[in-house]
Write a protein that binds this ligand. Structure first.
Ligand SMILES: Nc1ncnc2c1ncn2[C@@H]1O[C@H](COP(=O)(O)OP(=O)(O)OP(=O)(O)O)[C@@H](O)[C@H]1O
Length: 673
């Protein structure tokens, strides 16, 4: 047989396997649909069972455009199955024989990790190419010690134009990414990665991997993805469901801590985000516990039982600070009741647990507890700290200077805790206070994206939510744009309360080399200690930098020209330029949407305010007037770095005012690893 006939024959056989797997998946779904929740013993169990069955049916859906398998491993003779197909989910036939193995299964690991120096029992690795849902190509790698050539299918996948939301990378996860994805659940993993190195993708695939590997444990405790804003979350929303994981929650920090109703100057927000505030909050809360002036008198059935004041004082002193505030309050009531019961026994009575409870809830006990250990809400405590200079001075003694205390206090205090307008920074403080009062529930695993932008207090709030679990922390110190952005990952992990290893990703999959090299000119100024990334994508001719007489007009013309090419287009500009650019796009009849924090939108052309572009990517990006982006905020250069690194195919930089001098310096050489 000729080579061509060989190829055709192989393709035919592989297509037949695909067809067989599709049929088997359909039968698995039909089987799941035929199961009834009626078998459950009671109504609640039936509801739960029905929800589980629904999820199972959803997870078994066949998306015709998403290949059911993308790889095949042929093993050397030994313990491993001779042939396995690697895909998005496990598919078996009626007899239970595996037709496709889940990419997360231990056997699939070698699909990502095997190489000439360590073949892991693999003789041949086959990758499949698809057009839509049709299997159209395959590519073999023989792991017999010879060097592997470049994979055309891998390159094609990486070069595929992006349209719309983020997609999974399950067929092309790289070895260094796979190591992070499959790391132990017990470990907190921290990934420092230059733009487009796949941090977000890795975090999402790690969530899917952990759910598969520790299904029972994590379905009880939960996995949560935390991202910077809704627009970002909707951009990544489809990835986990495409991997069959339909039960992972996604939230912004504001979703977890509550949305802000007030704003404040950055300087004050930065101070509130400083971890020293924890001591101030703790002290401010515990200052509410006062020394009891009187003892306790309980009258029961005509008898009077008196716990003297020094004994009450001792009890309070024992409990103060030893537990959470709310727990201490309850414990005080119980211990007071216990003393009363001892007195009853001394009188010859035999009180039982019911009497104990009744005494603990009796009016005199409640009144005493309320007086020395008042019931408090986080809002009441923070209100007092921010509005009462003398109280703040007591709580902040030895921690904050007088100037810092003055900066912290409200210029004009609201009338009550209820009418206060809480800012983002306040919400993290309220959360901290909430935890000092009652323990916050912990999840099993947290994936935190763009973690470099979170304040110490926000990180502490997230740390509480994985206190008994673990975290995957993703970010790029060079893309830190908040006034409280982290300078080191050690700091971030410390505030999160986790020990963890930091891994650095430096190979870029998004941004073409010319564009990434151009953007890295900013690196020595914004994050001198970081490795200089290298792009995997040559992308010649991808960068255009032009000085123009009128940036807005030139930008709209550039967008119009780009409409003749494939893929999504973003026009990125400083906040102050957005309204006029929108008007000009409108006047020129260019259909577009303006990106807001709440929506990613699906329009092909998006006008993106620079502060919202983080984490997103577009085929073509036009950046209008870099110097305006830099001037708009204190960490403007980092913002520009983010804006310049969003393009998959082309970047056009247009300017009328001179470019920031940092952009005209030579490109630093990529760091070799
Ligand atoms: N192994 C891979 N195979 C194919 N595509 C990949 C791979 N890794 C990452 N990508 C793609 O590269 C692009 C960038 O990935 P991602 O958004 O996860 O990077 P990031 O490090 O979070 O970037 P940024 O910090 O700039 O937001 C995405 O389109 C992603 O699908």
């Amino acid at each position: 047989m000729s080579g061509e006939a060989d190829v055709a024959g192989t393709l035919e056989a592989e297509r037949a396997h695909l067809e067989g797997a599709r049929t088997a998946l359909r039968r698995m779904r039909e089987h799941a649909e035929s199961l009834s929740a009626d078998a459950a013993g009671d109504w609640v169990s039936a509801q739960i069972l029905e929800a589980l069955l629904d999820q199972r049916i959803q997870a078994l859906a066949d998306h015709p455009d998403t290949p059911l398998f993308f790889g095949r491993l042929d093993h050397l003779p030994g313990d491993l199955p001779e042939t396995v197909y690697v895909g998005r989910r496990h598919v078996h036939d009626d007899g239970g024989a595996a037709l496709v193995l889940d990419w997360r299964a231990p056997v699939s690991r070698s699909f990502y990790q095997a190489g000439p120096s360590e073949p892991m029992g693999v003789a041949r690795r086959r990758r499949f190419g698809y057009r839509g849902g049709d299997l159209t190509a395959f590519e073999d790698e023989h792991l017999d010690g010879r060097e592997l050539g470049e994979s055309r299918l891998l390159t094609e996948e990486i070069e595929r134009p992006r349209t719309g939301p983020m997609r999974d990378i399950v067929a092309t996860i790289q070895p260094e990414q796979d190591v992070i994805v499959r790391d132990d659940l017990a470990k907190t993993v921290c990934v420092q990665g230059a733009p487009g190195t796949g941090k977000t993708a890795v975090g999402l695939h790690r969530a899917a991997y952990l759910l598969f590997t520790h299904r029972e444990r994590l379905s009880r405790s939960g996995v949560l993805i935390v991202g910077p804003n809704r627009a970002f979350l909707s951009y990544i929303a489809g990835v986990l469901p495409a991997l069959g994981e339909v039960r992972v929650d996604q939230a912004t920090v504001a979703d977890l801590l509550g949305g802000p109703t007030g704003v404040e100057p950055d300087e004050r927000a930065a101070l509130k985000g400083d971890a020293r505030i924890v001591d101030v909050l703790r002290k401010g809360l515990w200052l509410h516990v006062t020394k009891p002036a009187e003892g306790l008198l309980v009258v029961r059935g005509g008898a009077r039982f008196r716990v003297p004041d020094h004994e009450v004082r001792e009890l309070v002193a024992e409990l103060r600070g030893a537990t959470r505030y709310g727990t201490g309050r309850e414990a005080l009531a119980r211990r007071l009741a216990h003393r009363v019961l001892v007195l009853m026994e001394q009188r010859g009575e035999a009180p039982d647990d019911r009497v104990h409870d009744a005494v603990a809830r009796s009016r005199p006990v409640k009144a005493l507890v309320d007086q020395v250990w008042p019931k408090l809400t986080p809002q009441q405590v923070l209100f007092r700290l921010l509005s009462d200079a003398e109280f703040l001075a007591r709580a902040a003694k030895g921690v904050l200077s007088e100037e810092e205390q003055a900066l912290l206090r409200w210029d004009k205090a609201p009338r009550s805790a209820r009418s206060a307008r809480w800012t983002d920074a306040d919400l993290a403080l309220l959360d901290e206070l909430g935890d000092l009062i009652e323990r916050t529930a912990s999840l099993g695993h947290l994936v935190v994206d763009e973690a470099q932008d979170l304040s110490s207090m926000q990180l502490r709030a997230l740390g509480r939510r994985c206190a008994t679990g673990s975290a995957t922390v993703l970010g790029d110190l060079a893309q830190g744009t908040t006034p409280w952005s982290a300078r080191t990952w050690t700091e971030v992990l410390h505030h999160l309360g986790r020990e963890g290893e930091v891994t650095e990703l430096t190979v870029g999959f998004r941004v073409p080399r010319e564009v990434l090299d151009y953007a890295t000119r900013l690196l020595p100024s914004i994050a001198p200690g970081l490795a200089v990334p290298r792009s995997l994508r040559p992308g010649r001719g991808s960068l255009t930098v032009r000085e123009v007489p009128d940036t807005a007009k030139a930008a709209v013309a550039a967008v119009r020209d780009l409409l003749s090419r494939d893929g999504s287009i973003a026009l990125v500009a400083a906040d102050s330029e957005v309204a006029s650019l929108a008007a000009l796009l409108e006047a020129e009849g260019v259909p577009h949407a303006v990106l807001t924090p709440d929506s990613a939108g699906t329009d092909r052309v998006q006008l993106v305010p620079a502060p919202l572009v983080k984490g997103l990517e577009y085929d073509h990006v036009v950046v209008a007037e870099p110097s305006a982006i830099v001037a708009a905020e204190p960490r403007g250069l980092a913002r520009l770095y983010v804006a310049l690194t969003r393009a998959v195919t082309s970047l056009t930089v247009l300017h009328t005012t001179p470019l920031p001098s940092e952009l005209t310096r030579p490109t630093p050489p990529p760091t070799t690893t």
